[in-house]
Write a protein that binds this ligand. Structure first.
Ligand SMILES: *[C@@H]1O[C@H](CO)[C@@H](O)[C@H](O)[C@H]1NC(C)=O
Ligand SMILES: *[C@@H]1O[C@H](CO)[C@@H](O)[C@H](O)[C@H]1NC(C)=O
Ligand SMILES: *[C@@H]1O[C@H](CO)[C@@H](O)[C@H](O)[C@H]1NC(C)=O
Length: 651
């Protein structure tokens, strides 16, 4: 700004001097010297520091022009769909019309064509409508990864029923919580989870349960209905209700652990789904004839929306699996002729840990897209698996702050133009790591980070904009907590991602950490508040704090619980039994620290940061430590500690 004023001032003064025919130190501006004036203006600009901007432009402009056009394509896709007020199932059906017999999903040797998915989902829509469900109702879907999972939510969306995609690792309390958080009116569950549903049946308050996958057998759960039979007798034609489903209607709920408490149901509307799917389609330069290897859980954003969107909207084929298997990854990618792969960070490390096999390089996968591959293994990965490009993205399910490193720059999770940063609606703002507060400048606005300064990533909200509105959670209060006001100017609002990132001079972003009360482990967000609640409950309300600790060579943070137990009452065997009842495996603390004497008054929770810094080194900590060795809690000895520190514990 000031540089522009300086250039204008100096040039203006010279121009005036020229008009007046004045001499400056004996030099006179030539009569027809416009070129000289331009040269002077450029000189002043460069000398006053503008060379830096020029250098930045030189380094980043070609890259950012590319990104800009990709972004325009995404916007165009979304705006067009908005104008047509179409919806996701309709976009899918356009594709079906063109390619009905193309294989859409490959699952354990079965192939499902586009037409088959369409027909199954028509039946689901008609069936649910005849069961009395209508536009705006929510139902929960609790099923393993299989084609019916996709076809079921798609079918419900054809009549405007919103589907809550339940994480199938959940049992007991969190399972009930998730079903209820979305105000579900029914549960569609896979026969594989009969036991888990039986355990919570009393708390379902008579909610109808539809069991998928029993074939013609009667489901074992009392009072439940056989979904397969119902579908068999439902119409295979498109439900007429599809015409009432609008582009800004709710599509699905996906659960995320926000900053506090149990998982929250983040709302995904049709427009957001299309934005995510087209975002990756254009940014990662995917075609309409790819075969995508997608072993990720389908209840998550990455596998279920971004990945599945490439199939439903963009005519691609996906290979899906009940569960990820490291040793089968490349052999299957080769067998099915996959051209694209999907990952989450830890998956890449598991692949690197497999013994070398010929298939490592015999596949045709030329781009992998996903989130969370660590910088340290990036190049090892691309070399060993002969992978031309990793397209790493960053984005929260519920969020509007999304970026992508489409170039494959090792370690980066996104790119934004450093020169035009001021015009881009996502920003890094300073945050106090211990309190979670955001410092303000003298005008009461947030302070933007300089290059290499850590900050919280936020996305400015624009109401009613199809790509920049924050739709929030089923829970209003939770929604408010994720919004910060007065960020760049008075009265604006932004979505708080809860993640700490840094940006370098050239505008590459790097992920650093989660803020506050959640940490990431095995690709899942773990809420410390939730785990604290369970630990304390299992131990007859003993005081406990839970936090994540860094483990060398492993992504995310491992859970650690510090438990106050002056009387030595904690029994690790029964404790573990209790945990297993309430927490999925990834949320169970890997380490325990038993505190003998602590001032429990109020300050205990505040000690969390100190405890976290203290880590889990038995040489430095006098308290009794335990380690969960995948079967039981064992005392954490120096020997075990060394193994973990050297990355040999198989984490
Ligand atoms: C569905 O109907 C077909 C024929 O009408 C029958 O062969 C099949 O067994 C039925 N499946 C179920 C699950 O009822
Ligand atoms: C969809 O895929 C089919 C078969 O792979 C291909 O022939 C067709 O051209 C594709 N359609 C579009 C619109 O790309
Ligand atoms: C975990 O939270 C982060 C930040 O909110 C989000 O980007 C990510 O998608 C979440 N992951 C899962 C698996 O919910």
């Amino acid at each position: 700004m000031w540089r522009g004023a300086l250039v204008a001032g100096v040039t203006g003064a010279l121009w005036a001097a020229k008009q007046q025919g004045l001499h400056i130190f004996g030099w006179q501006v030539p009569e027809n010297g416009s070129l000289d004036l331009i040269a002077v203006a450029a000189g002043v600009y460069i000398l006053s520091g503008g060379y830096y901007t020029l250098w930045l432009l030189y380094k980043t402009l070609p890259r950012d022009i590319g990104a800009f056009f990709k972004y325009l394509s995404i916007l165009k896709t979304v705006k067009q769909a908005e104008r047509a007020n179409t919806n996701i199932p309709k976009l899918f059906m356009e594709n079906v019309r063109k390619n009905p017999n193309k294989v859409a999903l490959i699952f354990e040797g079965q192939e499902w064509t586009f037409a088959q998915i369409d027909e199954y989902s028509n039946r689901v829509g008609n069936c649910m409508a005849s069961q009395g469900f209508k536009h705006g109702d929510a139902v929960s879907l609790f099923m393993e990864n299989r084609p019916e999972f996709v076809a079921s939510w798609l079918g419900c969306s054809k009549i405007g029923v919103v589907v809550a995609l339940i994480n199938y690792n959940l049992r007991h309390t969190p399972l009930i919580h998730c079903i209820k958080a979305a105000n579900s009116k029914a549960l569609i569950c896979g026969t594989e989870f009969m036991e888990a549903v039986t355990e919570i049946q009393e708390e379902l308050d008579g909610m109808p349960v539809f069991v998928s996958g029993s074939g013609e057998n009667i489901p074992t759960l009392e009072g439940s209905k056989n979904f397969d039979n119902l579908l068999n007798s439902s119409y295979p034609t498109p439900p007429p209700q599809i015409e009432n489903v609008k582009f800004k209607d709710k599509l699905v709920y996906i659960y995320t652990s926000g900053t506090t408490g149990l998982p929250k149901a983040a709302l995904i509307k049709h427009n957001k789904y299309l934005f995510f799917a087209s975002g990756v389609h254009f940014m990662a330069s995917l075609g309409e004839n790819e075969v995508i290897y997608n072993p990720l859980p389908l209840y998550h954003t990455a596998g279920g929306m971004v990945g599945m969107g490439q199939v439903l909207i963009y005519n691609n084929t996906a290979v899906i699996r009940k569960k990820f298997s490291a040793s089968n990854f490349w052999p299957e990618a080769k067998k099915y002729g996959c051209t694209v792969g999907q990952y989450v960070g830890e998956l890449c490390r598991y692949l690197l840990n497999t013994p070398p096999q010929p298939e490592d390089t015999q596949h045709k996968v030329r781009v992998m897209f996903g989130n969370g591959v660590r910088a340290q293994i990036w190049e090892e990965f691309t070399e060993r698996f002969n992978m031309p490009r990793i397209a790493e993205f960053y984005g929260a399910t519920e969020g509007i702050a999304n970026i992508m490193n489409y170039e494959g720059k090792p370690g980066a999770c996104g790119i934004l133009s450093p020169v035009f940063r001021g015009t881009i609606p996502v920003v890094l703002i300073k945050v106090n790591r211990e309190t979670g507060e955001h410092p303000r400048d003298k005008n009461g606005l947030c302070i933007q980070c300089d290059p290499w300064e850590e900050g919280e990533f936020v996305g400015l909200i624009k109401r009613n904009d199809p790509v920049r509105d924050f739709d929030g959670y089923a829970d209003k209060k939770a929604t408010e907590k994720k919004i910060i006001k007065d960020v760049k100017k008075k009265g604006d609002m932004a979505f708080l991602s809860g993640d700490i990132l840094v940006m370098d001079e050239l505008g590459y972003f790097y992920f650093r950490d989660r803020t506050g009360d959640t940490f990431r482990w095995r690709g899942e967000n773990v809420s410390t508040t939730e785990v604290e609640g369970v630990v304390s409950q299992v131990l007859d309300n003993k005081d406990a704090v839970v936090y994540g600790v860094e483990v060398p060579g492993v992504e995310g943070r491992a859970g650690m619980a510090a438990i106050v137990d002056p009387e030595g009452e904690v029994e690790v065997i029964s404790f573990l039994e209790g945990l297993k009842k309430y927490l999925p495996a990834y949320a169970r603390p890997l380490f325990l620290r038993i505190l003998k004497d602590i001032d429990v008054t109020g300050t205990f929770k505040l000690k969390k940061v100190d405890l976290q810094k203290g880590g889990f080194n038995p040489n430095e900590i006098k308290d009794q430590l335990y380690y969960y060795d995948k079967t039981q809690y064992v005392p954490l000895t120096n020997e075990i500690y060394e193994k973990i520190a050297q990355g040999k514990a198989g984490l």
